[in-house]
Design a binder for this molecule. Structure first.
Ligand SMILES: Nc1ncnc2c1ncn2[C@@H]1O[C@H](COP(=O)(O)OP(=O)(O)OP(=O)(O)O)[C@@H](O)[C@H]1O
Length: 300
């Protein structure tokens, strides 16, 4: 395990804002940490980084207890972006990166590569105060990447980005485990964002981890459904009865079919004089699954 917490809790002013979390993150995972505003995501991440002291519970990072003795050692292999990136606005991107390089005593090539990963090569001579929000976020990630950490902790890195920026960030994060062997923990309050990049999802609500599951397990529970729209849905329904179809507002839904089975269905309908207008595949969203598993609507 890269991260394992047991009963991790934090109390502020007599109220438990984080309660008994048992987080499990394996090497190479992208752990999507989901929860509404105020759920306790930042507090949890800060505890993992030693910025907030837990009230109770334990943290193990890379197999070592995260205590006073191991803290420095562990943090040398951890990169993070918590809340807004800290940079000097009156300096250029390059100058900011140089400060990080000297602070951490890193080779120049680390900085070049980190800047390359976030695709900021052409922005490095600009003053950071003139950066767009997306550029600032990317610079923040480059700073977190500079030492090529084993574990990268990102608190809502897509906050304030436009859809194109979010997509870019997603692609960037997805390649980090593959290309650099990193493990990533990323928080968000947007389910669909996490759905498309995480290998594990943890959902925190009012300080409690109400759900933690691998995407591969969830994917097995969301086999794609085939949706058909035809010139005669009633007749099609009768013909396909064996496949146990369900009616939708303007068509039919059949369970998971192989390519061959889908071909056979279309052929059967055509040979009975029915035109097939649409054959679509529908996969349940993370929201649907969550609803099915817990019977609760997930409102983040
Ligand atoms: N230093 C503090 N003192 C008192 N209460 C705090 C402190 N830090 C956080 N809290 C409270 O703990 C709760 C969890 O906050 P936290 O910032 O961890 O949530 P979050 O899930 O990261 O939300 P957001 O997405 O809004 O940042 C909130 O109710 C917050 O007001």
């Amino acid at each position: 395990m890269i991260v394992a917490t047991d009963n991790l809790s934090k109390e502020y002013d007599g109220v438990y804002r984080v309660q008994e979390l048992d987080i499990r993150i394996k090497e190479g995972d992208i752990y999507g940490f989901l929860g509404p505003n105020g759920a306790g995501k930042s507090t949890t991440m800060k505890m993992l980084l030693g910025l907030v002291k837990p009230t109770s519970g334990t943290i193990e990072i890379m197999g070592k207890p995260f205590n006073e003795k191991n803290r420095r050692d562990i943090l040398a292999s951890v990169g993070s972006l918590i809340e807004s990136p800290s940079y000097y606005g009156h300096l250029t991107g390059r100058e900011n990166m140089e400060i990080i390089r000297r602070l951490l005593d890193l080779p120049k090539k680390n900085i070049e590569e980190a800047v390359h990963i976030v695709r900021m090569e052409n922005q490095m001579e600009k003053k950071v105060k003139n950066y767009s929000l997306g550029m600032k976020q990317r610079l923040g990630i480059a700073m977190a990447l500079a030492r090529f950490p084993k574990l990268l902790i990102l608190d809502e890195p897509t906050n304030g980005l436009d859809p194109a920026g979010i997509e870019e960030m997603r692609e960037l994060i997805k390649m980090l485990p593959k290309q650099y062997g990193m493990t990533v923990m990323i928080s968000s309050h947007i389910l669909s964002e996490i759905d498309q990049m995480a290998t594990v999802v943890g959902i925190i609500n009012q300080g409690c981890l109400i759900f933690q599951e691998r995407m591969s397990v969830l994917d097995m529970q969301r086999e794609p459904q085939i949706i058909l729209r035809t010139s005669d849905n009633n007749h099609a329904f009768q013909l396909l009865k064996k496949a146990n179809p369900q009616r939708t507002t303007d068509g039919l839904q059949i369970g998971a079919l192989t390519d061959e089975q889908t071909g056979a269905v279309v052929q059967c309908l055509c040979s009975n004089g029915i035109s097939v207008y649409r054959v679509e595949e529908h996969r349940e969203s993370l929201e649907d699954i969550f609803l099915n598993l817990t019977g609760k609507e997930l409102t983040l």
